[in-house]
Design a protein around this ligand. Structure first.
Ligand code: WT7
Length: 647
């Protein structure tokens, strides 16, 4: 697999920030003396009160505790805005590209400062104070970035809920964090279609169990119901607000944001990120992984509803004084040339997207790419799931014209920033490999018993041996769950949930989740969550959900349902169940294939044997393995006969 090695292109090597020797020596120092390394690199951001302590962490399962720069004070919005005003106040901070190609806006650092300060004052007027939680349920408009930064400015903790989540999911997150305020828009606009944001918020508020206000940005001007005393138009309160708002000094360990993410069991967890360590790590990875130079135009196509949008549209790039592109639309609207048209229009130098987008655009044909002038591109990035070598080569050759390194970045919501990745000027690339650890990251490969594998070339479970500054600090309101999810399975290590292969050169190849999490178009989905939505339907008695290979999405959602006695297996019911899940969780959890299963394969102790269900969903049932421990082996034949994924 690794015969295909692509050395660092000469045009990139000649002026890259980090070459291979520098990588090796910096990496060595970061592991041998993390205190000295991070004391130095912690200075890349501005501190209101300098830290004197650097790393203070324990992975001991009885006492998991993670602190970085713990006596320092800073403000994230001052780091992302104020400190650039003198040197680059008139430089564009955000290039906003609307859904409609004729709609775009450049926002300078000065303008960003004014807008964020006004919004921060409006928050205060609405009763939001330091430590309070604010939910953002926003389309990809500049106000989404203002809303994040205004929280950071006054020390409020934001929790963004992706606009594709349902009112129920939104209500859970508003209640779970006891948020005082929800910021939203009348409607979103994606691919020419309207997204009913405010209407969804109204529906969520039917289930909200405490007083909260709603701040509404007018995006489309659509007619949406407003409730007096609870709902406020953004322009009405932000317009007259003062543009003077001093940034609140925050402790390095104060939470900056909460972001819910799916796990293998139970309902989504509120991942809590810190202020100081997070910002140091997000800004440093942004600079080195993307070989970011002053003046570069940088575009990450993610949504701010995911961690990629937090770290690599807003916090990392703005902390570095970059020009960051924020895109409201979708890759295929109005045509499959859209991404490339935007690259040409804004002369994008660094482009960061997901394999699922690459695969779908690859299917549309290379003529859509070749129409655009992509000569500004220098670095390409990939994130969210393993990139298959075919998509990698297309990205490299057709988009990058063989001069742009692809940084395949492995990381997670929990890690805050990129963990395993090539560096453009240092690392020879192998299609499909995330290659080597970033500074301060110590990947280890464990066998199923939790022993570290010492051989370089091996396959195993990917864990991290020690803390890095961007690591999540806890699960919101449930530290025990943090410990049990990440530190209990393999004691003494951070368990990421992924499997990997390490080749003879020591490069890592992520092979996918080893737990019951599936990755649909780069979005994480807990199978348990979908199952619990399904069994809440009155006609469903039991459900099991697994992933199966999907050409565009990476993985699709395959559902097995056992109906209640007497219910009929109809096409309509399939549709009803699909809509039910969309309603309970959101369109991103919509099942691709639904199989009615009179019985599920279970062990004698009643445990569902997912291994068998996965194989059948993959249409690979010749090798089902040992089925002798099944309570009723005959159910398997029925499952095979009625499988939904046939070539
Ligand atoms: C999971 C984390 C990190 C931001 C987007 C997703 C998978 C992520 C890669 C990659 C192979 C990857 C892993 C990981 N993943 N990047 N470059 N190669 N797999 O964040 O929703 O927290 O999901 O995405 O399985 O555990 P997330």
């Amino acid at each position: 697999m690794s015969e295909n090695v692509y050395p660092v292109p000469a045009n990139v090597a000649s002026h890259a920030l980090i070459d291979n020797d520098t990588y090796l020596s910096m990496y060595k120092q970061s592991i041998e003396d993390p205190n000295a390394f991070w004391a130095e690199h912690g200075k890349r951001i501005d501190w209101m009160k300098p830290f004197t302590k650097v790393k203070n962490s324990s992975y001991d399962y009885h006492n998991v505790s993670i602190k970085w720069f713990e006596d320092g004070e800073l403000n994230v919005s001052a780091n992302c805005i104020d400190r650039h005003l003198e040197s680059r106040g008139d430089q564009t901070a955000i290039i906003w590209e609307g859904d409609d190609p004729s709609d775009s806006e450049n926002i300078t650092y000065k303008q960003l400062h004014e807008r964020v300060c006004k919004l921060a004052n409006a928050y205060k007027e609405l009763g939001v104070a330091k430590g309070d939680r604010v939910i953002l349920y926003m389309p990809m408009i500049p106000e989404a970035a203002y809303a994040m930064l205004a929280c950071a400015r006054i020390g409020a903790i934001h929790s963004i809920v992706f606009g594709g989540f349902s009112p129920d999911a939104l209500a859970d997150r508003i209640n779970g964090s006891k948020a005082k305020l929800v910021v939203t828009a009348d409607q979103g606009l994606r691919g020419g279609r309207k997204v009913a944001l405010k209407t969804n918020v109204n529906a969520a508020f039917e289930k909200v169990d405490h007083d909260a206000k709603i701040l509404v940005v007018k995006r489309t001007g659509g007619d949406v119901p407003m409730t007096d005393g609870r709902d406020v138009w953004y322009d009405d309160i932000v317009g007259p607000a003062s543009a003077d708002c001093a940034p609140e000094p925050m402790n390095a360990e104060d939470p900056l944001f909460i972001l819910y993410t799916s796990g293998s069991t139970g309902m989504p967890k509120g991942v809590v990120h810190s202020t100081g360590g997070y910002l140091v790590y997000a800004s440093m990875t942004h600079q080195y992984v993307f070989d970011y130079h002053d003046g570069d135009v940088y575009w990450c196509t993610a949504d701010v509803g995911w961690v990629t949008g937090h770290s690599y549209i807003v916090y990392g790039p703005l902390a570095n004084g970059a020009t960051t592109v924020m895109f409201e639309g979708v890759p295929t609207y109005p045509t499959p040339s859209r991404f490339w048209d935007v690259c040409e229009k804004h002369k994008v130098n660094i482009f960061y997207t997901a394999p699922t987008a690459i695969r779908s655009l690859m299917g549309a044909g290379k003529e859509h790419v070749e129409k655009a002038d992509l000569s500004s591109l220098r670095i390409l990035g990939s994130v969210g799931e393993p990139i298959n070598p075919e998509a990698w080569k297309w990205y490299y050759e057709v988009v990058g014209k063989k001069n742009c390194p692809i940084v395949d970045t492995w990381w997670q919501t929990e890690t805050g920033g990129i963990m395993i990745t090539p560096l453009p000027g240092a690392t020879a690339l192998k299609p499909g490999s995330a290659t080597r650890p970033f500074f301060g990251v110590q990947p280890v490969m464990l066998d199923n018993e939790g022993n570290e594998i010492s051989e370089t070339e091996c396959e195993g479970i990917l864990c991290i041996a020690d803390s890095w500054p961007g690591q999540m600090r806890t699960v919101y309101g449930d530290h025990d769950r943090f410990v049990s999810t990440y530190f209990e399975t393999f004691k003494g290590y951070y368990f990421a949930g992924d499997g990997a292969r390490r080749d003879a050169d020591g490069d890592y190849w992520i092979t996918g989740r080893v737990d019951d999490v599936i990755n649909v178009s780069g979005h994480r989905m807990g199978t348990a969550e979908v199952e619990s939505a399904l069994v809440a339907h009155p006609k469903v008695s039991e459900a099991a959900v697994v992933g199966y290979p999907h050409d565009i999405k990476g993985q699709g959602i395959y559902v097995y349902v056992t109906l209640m006695e007497g219910e009929e297996e109809t096409e309509e019911l399939r549709k009803e169940l699909r809509n039910w899940v969309r309603h309970e969780i959101g369109p991103i959890a919509s099942p691709d294939l639904i199989q009615f299963a009179p019985g599920l394969p279970k062990t004698r102790s009643g445990k569902i044997m997912r291994r068998i269900l996965r194989k059948i969903a993959e249409d690979d049932f010749a090798a089902l393995g040992d089925t002798s421990t099944l309570a009723d082996p005959t159910v398997v034949e029925d499952l095979i006969d009625n499988r939904q994924n046939r070539d």
